[in-house]
Every structure is written in C-alpha cells, then in structure tokens.
Design a protein around this ligand. Structure first.
Ligand SMILES: *[C@@H]1O[C@H](CO)[C@@H](O)[C@H](O)[C@H]1NC(C)=O
Ligand SMILES: *[C@@H]1O[C@H](CO)[C@@H](O)[C@H](O)[C@H]1NC(C)=O
Length: 376
C-alpha cells in the first residue's frame, strides 16, 4: 500500500505537518489548509468568513502590496506585511492565519505603482459564538430577528451551500455554514460586523452558524487513494487526552474521522452518546481530542488523509524496542538522535518527492493515480 510514513516526535510534529501539508496539497486535488478566496479584478467583494480559520485572499498580480483598513474610519491603513498573522505571498496572494474578529475590515491589493487591483471587505465573524445545530436531532437554527434601528432591519443567517457528504458508500454527515447578515428592505444584505460595527451595541443574535445533517453518497469521481500520511506515535499524556490535527482539514471542507474504523459523528457528540473523543466544532473537526488509544483516521473531501497510530501499536516501533531486548523499551538519547536524523532524511526525501511531483504528476492522466511512495 503506497503511503507516506511520518515518524515525528511530538515537538517536531508542527514542522512536519507544515511540510506534509505542502506535499499533500501538491499530491491531492485539495488546496492547502486555508480557504482560497478570489474576487474579480477591479471590483470590491464583500463577504463574511469565520475567525480562527485560515484564508487566502487572491490577487492576480505578482509582487502585490496589501493594505488593511480597520472598522474605525479614522484608522490609518496598515501594511499587511507588518501584521503578525498575515503573509504576502510571491504570487500576490495574502494569507491570513488564524484571523480574529479584529481582522474585520477592508483589504486592498495594490501593484507596485500603488494602483488598486482588487479589494475585499471581510467580516471575520467570531467562531467562539458559533451556533451548531443538527437536523437529525431536531435542533433548530437561529430565527430571524428584527432590529429596532429605524430602517426595519432584519438580522438573519445567510447560508452557504451544503458541503459534500463527509464520506461515501456509508452514512456520513454534511455541514453548511451560515453567516450573520443584516438586511434592510430594498437594500443589499450586509454582514453584521459591518452593519453593526459602529453601533457598538451588543446583540445576542449576532452569531455565525453551522448546521449538520446525516447524508449518504455513492463514491464517484476522482479519488487518489493510497496517498496518505501515517503519524505513528501519538501518545496520551498524563491527563489522558491529546489533540490530533487532520492535515488539510478545515471548517470550510468536509472532514470525517474514524476510530478503529468506526465513524465519529457530530450527532453522537452533540447528543453526548460517545465521550471517547471530541471533534472541535470551531475548526469544523480539523482537531480531534481523544481520550483513549485507537487507530484514528481522518478524511477530507472523502479522501483518506492521515492515520494516527497510538505509540504502542506500530510494528516498526515494537520491532525496534524488541531488538534492544527487555528492559529498554523507552527510547534513550541515542534513539532520539537517530530519530532526528531519520526525520531530516525523511524531510529531504519528501522535498525531493515534492519537487518530482510538481514536475511530473500534474498532467491529468485519466485513470492514473498520483502516488507518493515511501515504503517503511
Ligand atoms: C429571514 O430574513 C431573510 C432576509 O430578509 C429572508 O430572506 C428569509 O426568508 C427570512 N426567513 C424567515 C424564516 O422569515
Ligand atoms: C464510543 O466510541 C468508541 C471508539 O470509537 C467505541 O469503542 C465505543 O464502543 C463507543 N461507545 C458507545 C457507547 O457508542
């Protein structure tokens, strides 16, 4: 079975994840962990998104400069290159990592002569206020509410389309996101953050929403199959819980988790039926908190993306510790160095494979799968 094997120690897991994310985004028909957002040139696009979930604003010129204008109109524009959670990419796009509601405002992309290319007005709605409901538990989404600001304003949820079912050929779940908007009669709706930003009044109804329902889909289309990452040594800490992060997963995409081949569902979680794991609603299930050892697997857009093995269950590790004889099962210092070395070699190898993939694997060959091979 072709697969990527990551043998990462917990501290290096984030570096590893970054590299693997890059590689996976090359190998799979899913882009990076962020949501790409584009707006036609010379237009202003106004939209609502969620805080805490990475987004990538596209701008069609290279060497673009980005400026941010906050909600308060007397604020001066800030160059995005100095904002700590933003990164201007060489292709002109702007990556906003872990945006907060304070990142709500106007983003302008300019070319090197200062001409505006495109602009985005983005309301990052507070994920901590997310209202989650499950249709199969008869939970109701928020209802419309009229504001009494004098223009017959209605606060309501504007729903995105349903995402795909989280899995296929078996019962899955699909979700859709909804954003808080205000609409006056005969006017275009406006994201709540912009409409109410200056009023500074607290409205309890100002919440983004996530709605979930059970679904069934047959498998169709293009599944790469076989290209996934194995993290082979998570361990449960003293507190008996740990968090697993599914690479490429995001609240904006279908995510599916299994523990020992049994699906973990929002329905069970919300109804409190199964407390052996917890999918973080604020990341749409990108993060899973686990309380017992098992083999965990995550799927994004119905593709198997990663498998997490508990530290004891891996043949390789068992073989290693057995070869050192009894009484030496804990990895010693030399072991750690060796592991570090293996990790570096692995990274170099992965980068080479990545380069190769860039060159070779992106011509669509019908029926042919992209395969990243690294055999243990
Ligand atoms: C809520 O308000 C929106 C915007 O005015 C409208 O499109 C929608 O039909 C309303 N929903 C209900 C249940 O009244
Ligand atoms: C909860 O989930 C775990 C692992 O998925 C499973 O072993 C256990 O049987 C489940 N318990 C219930 C009550 O469904």
């Amino acid at each position: 079975m072709p697969r990527l094997v990551a043998s990462a120690q917990p501290p290096s897991q984030s570096t590893m994840l970054t590299i693997l994310w890059i590689l996976l985004s090359l190998a799979l028909p899913v882009s990076g962990p962020h949501l790409p957002v584009s707006c036609p040139q010379a237009k202003e696009c106004q939209l609502a998104l969620l805080s805490n979930n990475d987004v990538l604003l596209e701008c069609s010129i290279s060497k673009a400069h980005w400026f941010f204008f906050g909600l308060d109109t007397d604020d001066k524009p800030i160059s995005c290159s100095v904002i700590s959670n933003m990164k201007e990419n060489p292709d002109g796009s702007l990556l906003i990592k872990n945006p907060s509601p304070f990142n709500t405002g106007l983003y302008k992309c300019q070319d090197k002569n200062g001409n505006q290319v495109t602009r985005y007005k983005i309301d990052f709605q507070d994920i901590m206020r997310l209202h989650v409901t499950h249709i199969d538990l008869s939970q109701k989404p928020l209802t419309n509410e009229t504001l009494n600001l004098g223009h017959r304003e209605v606060l309501y949820t504007q729903w995105e389309p349903w995402q795909r079912c989280s899995t296929c050929e078996s019962l899955g779940e699909r979700k859709r996101l909804g954003y808080c908007y205000v609409k006056e009669p005969l006017e275009e709706p406006v994201p709540c953050g912009f409409y109410l930003g200056e009023t500074k009044i607290y409205y309890a109804r100002v919440k983004p929403e996530m709605q979930v329902e059970t679904c069934y889909e047959t498998c169709k289309g293009y599944l790469t199959g076989g290209d996934y990452v194995i993290f082979d040594n998570f361990r449960l800490t003293e507190s008996k819980s740990t968090w697993l992060t599914c690479p490429l997963a995001s609240i904006y995409r279908p995510v599916h988790w299994e523990a020992n081949d049994i699906a973990l569902t929002w329905q069970e979680q919300i109804s409190g039926e199964n407390l052996s794991s917890f999918m973080d609603p604020y990341s749409g299930g990108q993060q899973l908190q686990i309380f017992q050892p098992a083999i965990y697997r995550c799927f994004v857009e119905q593709e198997l993306i990663a498998q997490f093995n508990p530290i004891a269950s891996v043949d390789l590790l068992e073989a290693e510790s057995q070869s050192k004889g009894p009484g030496q099962r804990q990895p010693g210092k030399a072991d750690l160095v060796l592991r570090g070395l293996k990790l570096v070699l692995l990274m170099v190898f992965l980068l080479i494979v990545g380069g190769f993939l860039c060159k070779v694997a992106f011509r669509p060959v019908p029926g042919k799968k992209n395969q990243v091979l690294l055999v243990k």
